[in-house]
Ligand binder design. Structure first.
Ligand SMILES: [Zn+2]
Length: 347
């Protein structure tokens, strides 16, 4: 079938490729409808690798997907043909120690769509375990269903932060993930979320949401704004969502004594940080790697209307214009948050 294939760094083609479509007893086959373009897909396109994951042979891109079940395996009970669904793109080894602990996101054996050498789902069909396939509530569109994956990262970050009602949060970095983190922090009980960036355009998008306060750090240091807003005390939770090494300079000036710093952004190289600054405030440091047991909760929040991700979808391309979508994403226009590719027919 036709798929969007990353042949090698910088070379995409929309072409025929053989993908395994055998439906096992616990699997479902899904007609793919919408797939979001993720920063990681774009990074494989532009750089050919992310950390230890190096593209060595052609790979189908795409891991943020929603579609319709067209076939179910013999042992599948919770899904039926015609169900609209979204999929969690990582398949752990169900008998691994990590999975048994409920930490399947850090299972070393996890097979994750569009992470070399595993193919993604920018193709008309995919086969996936029913256990990692989630029915979309009627009020949730395919486009929103394909936003669950990036939003799940924000929710994992909010969960790791152990937010208390009324907390004040700070998010460093107003990219797609920073905005997801801010929305999840609000949904998780934060009263206000301050978000920082250098780009006025990105901040304007986040600032549309009540409760999110944009801070342009080309005008004022983030620490100064937070100190002013908290009487010098600091934010209860600080989320680092930029991956920039500069974010680690003065990171612990943002957080209150006994507060939490949650590391979400992935710096390309090792970074230095101020251990004494962290210790002197007894800061709790948490890390986030993808998500576990989050998709159903994300769908609940979206269906309830508490979280509206629709304003973040800034462009939709038909499947035959997939390459154009990636070229636009690679340009990194600050007014683009999420581009999506519509593989299937209908709304
Ligand atoms: Zn993604």
């Amino acid at each position: 079938m036709q798929a969007l294939v990353l042949e090698e760094k910088g070379v995409l083609s929309l072409r025929e490729i053989d993908l395994p479509l055998a439906v096992g007893p616990g699997d479902v086959k899904i007609a793919i409808h919408t797939v979001g373009v993720c920063g990681s897909d774009v990074h494989y396109y532009t750089h050919g690798a992310i950390g230890p994951f190096v593209l060595r042979e052609p790979m189908v891109l795409g891991h943020e997907a929603a579609g319709t079940v067209v076939e179910v395996g013999t042992e599948v009970k919770d899904l039926k043909v015609g169900d609209r669904v979204c999929m969690e793109p990582g398949i752990p080894n169900m008998s691994s120690r990590a999975t048994k602990l409920g930490l399947y996101n850090v299972d070393p054996d996890v097979r994750f769509w569009a992470t070399p050498p595993i193919h993604g789902v920018l193709a008309p069909y995919a086969v996936h375990p029913a256990a990692f396939t989630y029915k979309l509530p009627d009020s949730v569109s395919f486009a929103e269903g394909a936003m669950v994956e990036p939003f799940a990262i924000g929710m994992q970050a909010a969960a790791r932060a152990r937010i208390k009602p009324g907390d004040l949060a700070a998010v460093i970095g107003c990219g797609p993930i920073g905005i997801m983190v801010a929305l999840a922090a609000l949904a998780g009980g934060c009263a206000r979320v301050f978000i920082s960036d250098l780009s006025a355009e990105k901040l304007a998008i986040a600032g549309q949401y009540p409760g999110i306060v944009p801070v342009n750090i080309t005008e004022r240091p983030f620490a100064e704004v937070l100190a002013e807003e908290t009487g010098g005390w600091g934010a209860d939770v600080v989320f680092e969502a930029s991956g920039s090494p500069r974010a680690f300079d003065g990171l612990f000036d943002l957080v209150r004594p006994g507060g939490a710093v949650v590391l979400v952004g992935l710096p390309v190289h090792k970074v230095e940080f101020d251990v004494a600054g962290a210790i002197s405030k007894e800061v709790r440091i948490e890390t986030v790697f993808r998500y576990a047991n989050i998709f159903d909760r994300a769908l609940e929040l979206i269906a309830s209307g508490k979280v509206d991700l629709k304003p973040l979808i800034t462009g939709t391309f038909d499947f035959d214009r997939s390459i154009e979508a990636f070229e636009r994403a690679a340009k990194g226009d600050p007014s683009d948050v999420k581009l999506q590719i519509r593989v299937g027919e209908g709304a």
